[in-house]
Design a protein around this ligand. Structure first.
Ligand code: SAM
Length: 318
């Protein structure tokens, strides 16, 4: 089955769909470094680097699905969440493309904050656009930790099917929750491996001294960052959203503090927590690598969604 991938970023959703047996007809993103990551790891994928507002989807008419997560900075409760942020309106472009492609299925992913009251207009716009086009949909907030991901990360997932029968994948039952240590314990003894996106940050001495004293799960109030508990799923890995000692917002990649070492996670450790395979190499400088990881749908959650939608389509074809 083939799909149009919109806002593909560093490829989390696409990797999960690939595992479920899907093939992208096209992957679109306007970030040249994200496009480089996709092409570097999957030279055969048709990666289009451009703005969705200029994207002509007519060559992909009739492809089985349109899949993607419109940017969420404006919706997000993690950022400043300005409801008038122009990026909030890119879902309109997503719907334009659905209209052009007329796929049998759509998958839309976003932060759970899209369901907050301040984002009502956007969510109801999304729902009425789908209904008007004849899609019945099922929507809900899924927690990645319930899909074999070592991270508590909640994401809104909308699955729409032309002609009805849409549903969401059910959490995996009977599996013990994956922990941070399951995911990254073996990397504790690694030296820097830039070729695998594993490069430890050199923090200032006073920061290292303070972080040495933090217990598992304990927060450094100066930076509003916690040391991960090795025996639990991780907190959400974010794309940005760090804080300085005066509560000032910091740009860049500010993942949680390593469970045993006095430093933040490396990009590779964060990628492991997002269930990316080590063979997937992020391109660009370290902060941009981290942004791609923080923005991604965990690969195993994407797999669960991709597999579920594939089964729904196969069932409806018979
Ligand atoms: C939340 S990320 C997607 C992450 C991806 N689904 C994954 O699982 O890795 C959103 C992406 O939208 C892209 N984007 C933002 N504005 C865009 C635009 N106007 N046209 C195309 N892509 C855009 C960003 O570069 C970013 O990579």
């Amino acid at each position: 089955m083939r799909y149009v991938s919109l806002f593909s970023g560093g490829g989390g959703l696409d990797l999960g769909f690939e595992l479920a047996g899907w093939e992208p007809a096209v992957c679109l993103d306007h970030d040249p470094i994200a496009c480089e990551t996709l092409s570097f790891n999957r030279p055969k994928w048709n990666v289009v680097c451009g703005d969705i507002r200029d994207f002509d989807a007519s060559p992909y008419a009739g492809v089985d699905a349109v899949v993607g997560g419109p940017p969420c900075q404006g919706f997000s409760s993690a950022g400043r969440g300005n409801p008038d942020d122009p990026r909030n309106f890119l879902w309109v472009e997503y719907m334009r493309i659905v209209r052009e492609v007329k796929p049998r299925a759509i998958v839309l992913e976003n932060v759970s904050a899209l369901t907050h009251r301040k984002n009502d207009d956007h969510l109801s716009g999304i729902m009425s656009a789908l209904s008007e086009m004849g899609y019945e949909f099922s929507m809900g907030v899924l927690n990645a930790a319930e899909f074999d991901v070592p991270q508590a990360r909640k994401r809104l997932i909308v699955v729409g099917l032309m002609g009805g029968g849409a549903s969401l994948p059910s959490p995996i039952v009977g599996l013990p929750p994956k922990t941070v240590w399951d995911a990254i314990g073996d990397l504790e003894s690694w030296d820097d491996k830039p070729e695998l996106n594993h490069v430890a940050n050199k923090h200032a001495k006073h920061v290292v001294e303070r972080w040495k004293k933090l217990g598992a799960g304990e927060e450094d109030p100066n930076y509003r960052r916690s040391r991960l508990n090795p025996n639990k799923p991780s907190v959400t890995i974010r794309a940005g959203g760090g804080y300085g000692p005066n509560g000032n917002h910091l740009a860049g990649f500010h993942p949680p503090i390593h469970p045993t070492l006095p430093r933040q996670l490396t990009v590779r450790e964060a990628a492991r927590i997002q269930t990316f395979p080590d063979s997937w190499i992020l391109q660009g400088p370290k902060t941009i690598q981290g942004r791609q990881i923080g923005n991604a749908v965990p690969v195993k959650l994407a797999y669960a969604v991709g597999n579920h939608v594939k089964n729904l389509l196969e069932k409806s074809a018979h």
